[in-house]
Design a protein around this ligand. Structure first.
Ligand SMILES: [Zn+2]
Ligand SMILES: [Zn+2]
Length: 288
């Protein structure tokens, strides 16, 4: 496999405009990137202007990136118990889907939500209902929502594959959903991906409960926290508790060839950390 065939990269800042993420990604030889479609700590933003959309869509380097997708902001909680937060979450999600669609991004990664004491069952039902409301608000949007597997911190749902499967089964338009698997999250959630046998078993379970056909992206993060800790702390590849077996498997198994893999590990403005992590991941392919 050559470098350009691997869909690999990192989350990129949009500081200075959405189109700048393309330049950042290309500057460190990414073939895939993830972006926020607006400030990730704000509920709402003014709509993207025609110029901003054009600067992104017609960027001369855009085709160097074979996959560009979005991540929703962190305030959104489709299982919120406070009515105002729930209303904000539904509106913000609809707006972010619209922005992602204007940028022709195939999916928007979303943490399914936290039930905040309402209970797992009630939380999952609320998430499905909220997603129905969002899709109803934006019937023409093609960008799908990619439910992300979570670490299960606090009352966050989505840490068991069964929960993701439940949401997909419960919504009215399941074809508008897909899934993003985060290695740090599944490990912290308790799945054993610390060995090749373990990671194979975990993906078999994913396939049985959710279906690999729904897998749209993989977040390749090592974990600072131990397996089953339910604490979400990303670490650089090979520096955390997961070990390299899981990453080697993900980088080399043919079924993941067309699945974009992006880092969400800590980094500075110069992105040197990304360069090192990407090099480590590519080396896993070459050694095989
Ligand atoms: Zn993630
Ligand atoms: Zn995380």
């Amino acid at each position: 496999m050559t470098k350009s065939e691997v869909l690999l990269g990192a989350h990129m800042s949009i500081g200075g405009g959405v189109h700048t993420a393309i330049e950042r990604g290309c500057s460190i030889q990414c073939t895939a990137i993830q972006i926020f479609v607006k400030n990730n700590m704000q509920w709402f933003a003014r709509p993207l202007t025609r110029e901003e959309i054009r600067a992104f869509l017609e960027h001369r380097q855009r085709r160097e990136l074979r996959s560009i997708f979005a991540h929703a902001n962190y305030l959104i909680n489709p299982a919120a118990t406070n009515p105002q937060f729930l209303t904000n979450s539904i509106r913000a999600l609809a707006e972010e889907l619209t922005r992602a669609d204007q940028l022709e991004l195939p999916f928007l990664v979303l943490h399914p939500g936290a039930h905040l004491g309402a209970g797992e069952e009630a939380g999952l039902d609320k998430i499905a209902k909220s997603i129905d409301s969002v899709f109803r608000k934006v019937p023409k949007v093609k960008t799908r929502i990619a439910l992300e597997t979570t670490a299960g911190q606090g009352s966050c749902l989505g840490h068991r594959f069964e929960q993701i499967a439940h949401i997909i089964k419960s919504v009215r338009e399941p074809e508008r959903l897909c899934v993003c698997l985060d290695t740090a999250h599944v490990f912290a959630a308790g799945y054993d991906i610390g060995s090749e046998a373990g990671v194979r078993k975990t993906f078999r379970e994913f396939n049985r409960l959710i279906g690999l056909k729904h897998l749209a992206a993989i977040h390749v993060n090592d974990s600072k926290t131990p397996r089953g800790s339910r604490v979400d702390r990303h670490e650089h590849i090979g520096k955390g508790q997961i070990g390299l077996d899981a990453f080697r498997f993900i980088m080399t198994d043919r079924r993941f060839r067309k699945i974009p893999k992006v880092l969400e590990t800590p980094k500075g403005k110069e992105m040197r950390e990304d360069v090192i992590n990407l090099r480590k991941l590519r080396a896993l392919v070459e050694k095989k």
